[in-house]
Ligand binder design. Structure first.
Ligand SMILES: Cc1cc2nc3c(=O)[nH]c(=O)nc-3n(C[C@H](O)[C@H](O)[C@H](O)COP(=O)(O)OP(=O)(O)OC[C@H]3O[C@@H](n4cnc5c(N)ncnc54)[C@H](O)[C@@H]3O)c2cc1C
Length: 422
């Protein structure tokens, strides 16, 4: 692995044969997350592919010329031609390997892979998920001098990192940008000394043996596991939804309704949360249009009565969203009447989608006792039905899911574990 500057770009990269080039920055958590993977892969692929790093801040003109807009960004070259997709952000080891493999003949790839030896590392505690629940558990465990590893399939921060503003987390007078709040939580836990393995593939979790397999080759073993994998909102699947998430489309009324004071919003959904949250949003918004796929709401009668009596709320039944687009500050929701197939457009200041959340339990759901929606049951110490396995935050069965409640769960689990291990 070698560090280069702009002056060496031509000789080392354009005339350098097979090259992987890492544009990195300092004070960049995803760059830190990449560094150890880059170094490790250079040990395996380094004889056939040149591993180069370039400091983006000091080579700005070159970065701009190449269209590199974020750190880290990995570029792949073969005889001066850029090949394979660029990778940036929270880069996974498996995605780098896919690109590297494209640069080599198949027999070479097989030979390299046969030499990659599986590794095993031991910790006291494995935390799965680095959102507020997992980060808090990590902080408390670390401060109790318990050897802890935090594993996340993405970068640390969980749902908070993509939340526009958080105004209800105690201790901050002004609303905080979600990414800053989660960054600060993560740095506090990391500075304490918790080991991070983030932006990894979690391929297997054995709760009974307390073993987690990451990136297909590294086994992590511990005495305890904390599951803090959170939830994922169900998506409508309509075009434009993913792109506008956090930029006009929200999945949390408690968090975002206040930004729609005197504004018009569209709410998608018709179950309890859609109906109750619409009622809450109406404290702020001037007009709400609820779009629901069936001919009546599925929420309980009492909640429905409130909505029907609310003059700010209109309803469009038998309708589903087909696309979301942004025009200036407005969101255009294209809806289709599922009976007549007629399409029409709703112009609003924002859209809330409440069509359910799902707990992230795919890797271990069947092994644990859970409620009828799949959320993990715990006792008051956050212990699950399996000895030594704890669950905290949104993935657990509970009534209210907020940052403060996840943080509280993380605290409880960590204190219970510390007491047990000590
Ligand atoms: C858009 C939005 C806005 C919100 N705004 C607010 C607000 O203003 N105030 C408030 O209090 N609450 C807010 N919330 C709720 C709040 O974000 C959650 O209650 C909180 O983040 C829950 O924390 P958690 O640690 O349980 O889970 P999450 O934050 O969901 O974190 C879970 C982590 O686990 C990781 N993960 C998932 N699967 C795996 C796996 N198999 N292995 C390893 N890691 C995995 C994920 O990548 C993620 O990093 C908002 C939620 C959303 C969706």
């Amino acid at each position: 692995m070698k560090e280069i500057g702009t002056a060496e770009f031509e000789t080392e990269v354009l005339n350098g044969g097979k090259v992987i080039l890492d544009f990195y920055s300092t004070e960049c958590p995803p760059c830190e997350a990449l560094a150890s993977k880059f170094e490790d892969l250079s040990n395996h692929y380094g004889e056939d592919i040149k591993f180069l790093k370039i400091y983006r801040q000091q080579n700005r003109d070159l970065a701009e010329k190449l269209g590199v807009k974020s750190s880290p960004t990995l570029l792949f070259y073969n005889n001066g031609n850029e090949m394979a997709n660029r990778l940036s952000g929270g880069i996974k080891r498996s995605d780098i390997i896919k690109n590297l493999d494209l640069m080599l003949p198949p027999d070479k790839v097989i030979s390299i892979k046969s030499k990659i030896k599986p590794s095993v590392s031991e910790f006291d505690v494995i935390i799965l998920g680095a959102g507020p629940g997992g980060l808090t558990a990590g902080l408390y465990l670390c401060q109790s001098k318990i050897n802890t590893v935090l594993v996340d399939i993405a970068l640390p921060g969980g749902n908070v990192s993509t939340t526009h503003e958080v105004s209800n987390y105690p201790g901050f007078i002004e609303p905080q940008a979600g990414y800053m709040l989660s960054h600060n939580m993560s740095e506090q836990t990391k500075l304490c000394g918790t080991v991070y393995k983030v932006a990894v593939d979690v391929t297997k979790v054995d709760l009974a043996k307390k073993e987690v397999l990451i990136d297909e080759f590294e086994t992590i073993r511990a005495k305890k596991i904390v599951i803090a994998t959170g939830t994922t909102p169900n998506l409508t699947g309509a075009a434009g939804e993913k792109e506008l998430k956090g930029k006009g489309i929200s999945y949390c009324a408690t968090c975002d309704a206040k930004y729609f004071d005197n504004k018009e919003v569209v709410v998608i959904g018709g179950g309890n949360s859609a109906v109750e949250e619409s009622e809450f949003i109406s404290r702020f918004a001037s007009r709400i249009t609820m779009v629901h796929q069936f001919d009546k709401f599925t929420a309980n009668k009492q909640a429905q009565d409130k909505v029907f009596a609310n003059k700010k709320i209109n309803t469009l039944f038998n309708s589903e969203p087909r696309s979301f687009t942004k025009a200036d500050d407005k969101i255009i929701t294209e809806i289709e009447n599922v009976i007549t197939k007629e399409r029409s457009k709703l112009v609003s200041d924002g859209v809330f989608i409440f069509i359910g959340m799902k707990p992230n339990i795919d890797l271990f759901g069947n092994e644990l006792e859970a409620d009828k929606w799949g959320y993990i049951n715990t006792n008051e110490d956050m212990l699950t039905s399996i000895e030594g396995v704890y669950a905290v935050g949104d993935v657990t069965s509970k009534k209210y899911r907020q940052i403060t409640t996840a943080v509280a769960d993380g605290t409880i689990a960590a204190m219970a574990i510390a007491k047990d291990l000590n």
